[in-house]
Design a protein around this ligand. Structure first.
Ligand SMILES: Cc1cc2nc3c(=O)[nH]c(=O)nc-3n(C[C@H](O)[C@H](O)[C@H](O)COP(=O)(O)OP(=O)(O)OC[C@H]3O[C@@H](n4cnc5c(N)ncnc54)[C@H](O)[C@@H]3O)c2cc1C
Length: 316
């Protein structure tokens, strides 16, 4: 290979992981002028990120002292994307967080424009993302900035470090084995997609007595019903009984959901990390730099841009 060809094929950064965290981080770095390649074991549509509902809301994510700022930074980006042209998959949709009160939330909640307490809970307009569309849009934006996505599984970071001076680890649950990090655990979530019987607003409600949350999100491809949060359960197949319970819980809030035709089921494993999201850098044995950005639990979509910028700041 000639030196010129090496430069053409070369990368300043290899981002391992092509879910919402990896792609958002890659876009951020590429738009700063770096040559970025994403290595992802799975196509974007087969990641946990593609399973997400996906409403902007800090849920099952730590550390609290950083999540508020990351979330608000991301909110501003999504508000802009929702108003802009192109198929970004981001819309602003009104809804109610049942039983929620400002007093129970962090200081970040004071920044939510137009949020009001009503009898049922907190009423607010928030970004709702159609994830398969949004992930495809992120990939196109990366390519437009000169980056590339490759299907490639790794069993460590040395291979990537041999090809770029900086490696960014956005492998979600995969970080458990790759880093390795025993603090990363799977929290399973199951959803049901039904034909929308005419519901235009989203709704969520936590059940304090269990890990179950009742929610429904109107997406273009159907009404997404949820959900579950089952720690250390790594079954990737939908459970029929759980699906029936999800439909029944949602139908208690909106009876018309009971008869809606089921279009499909989704299961994903949230990458929850003890101590919260890890954004940190370390030197690799050969002199390269490894930047971590993983462990986003139940709110990777909610914090994606804030975390991408924090990780990019460590790249230099
Ligand atoms: C049911 C459910 C509902 C959710 N709802 C919401 C919501 O409403 N709002 C919200 O903000 N969040 C939500 N989440 C959480 C959100 O989906 C996650 O926090 C987010 O997807 C994590 O993104 P990620 O990019 O870190 O991980 P992933 O999407 O899992 O991506 C990891 C990437 O790393 C790659 N990878 C892993 N190991 C390797 C390897 N060895 N070699 C190469 N590549 C590798 C994978 O192929 C993949 O590309 C939900 C999650 C679930 C399961």
């Amino acid at each position: 290979m000639t030196d010129a060809a090496k430069v053409a094929d070369g990368a300043d950064v290899i981002v391992v992981g092509g879910g919402v965290i990896g792609l958002t981080t890659a876009v951020t770095l590429a738009e700063r002028g770096l040559r970025v390649r994403v290595w992802s074991r799975d196509p974007a549509g087969a990641t946990t990120s593609a399973v997400a509902g996906a409403l902007w809301w800090p849920y099952r994510i730590e550390p609290a002292e950083r999540v508020g700022a990351w979330s608000l930074e991301t909110l501003a980006v999504y508000e802009e994307l929702a108003g802009g042209p192109g198929a970004t998959g981001v819309r602003l949709v009104a809804g109610v967080h049942g039983g929620e009160r400002f007093a129970a939330l962090g200081p970040w909640a004071a920044e939510l424009k137009g949020a009001v307490e009503v009898a049922e809970g907190l009423r607010v307009t928030l970004p709702l993302l159609d994830m398969p569309v949004h992930l495809a849009w992120l990939e196109r934006r990366l390519v437009a900035a000169g980056g590339a996505v490759e299907r490639r599984a790794v069993d460590g970071f040395a291979e990537a470090a041999a090809q770029a001076p900086v490696v960014v680890n956005c492998t979600g649950l995969g970080a458990r084995e790759l880093v390795p990090d025993a603090g990363v655990r799977a929290v399973r979530g199951q959803l049901v997609v039904v034909e929308n019987p005419g519901i235009t607003e989203w709704f969520t409600e936590a059940d304090p007595a269990s890990a179950a949350t009742t929610y429904f999100f109107p997406q273009p491809a159907g009404l997404v019903l949820g959900g579950t949060a089952e720690a250390d359960d790594e079954r990737r197949e939908p459970d029929a009984m759980t699906a029936r319970e999800i439909v029944a819980r949602c139908a208690r809030v909106r009876p018309e959901i009971a008869g809606a035709r089921v279009l499909g089921h989704r299961v994903g494993l949230r990458p929850v990390r003890e101590g919260g999201v890890r954004i940190e850098s370390e030197a690799l044995p050969g002199g390269g730099l490894l930047v971590h950005n993983y462990g986003h639990g139940g709110a990777g979509v909610t914090v994606a841009w804030g975390c991408a910028r924090a990780a990019a700041a460590l790249v230099g």
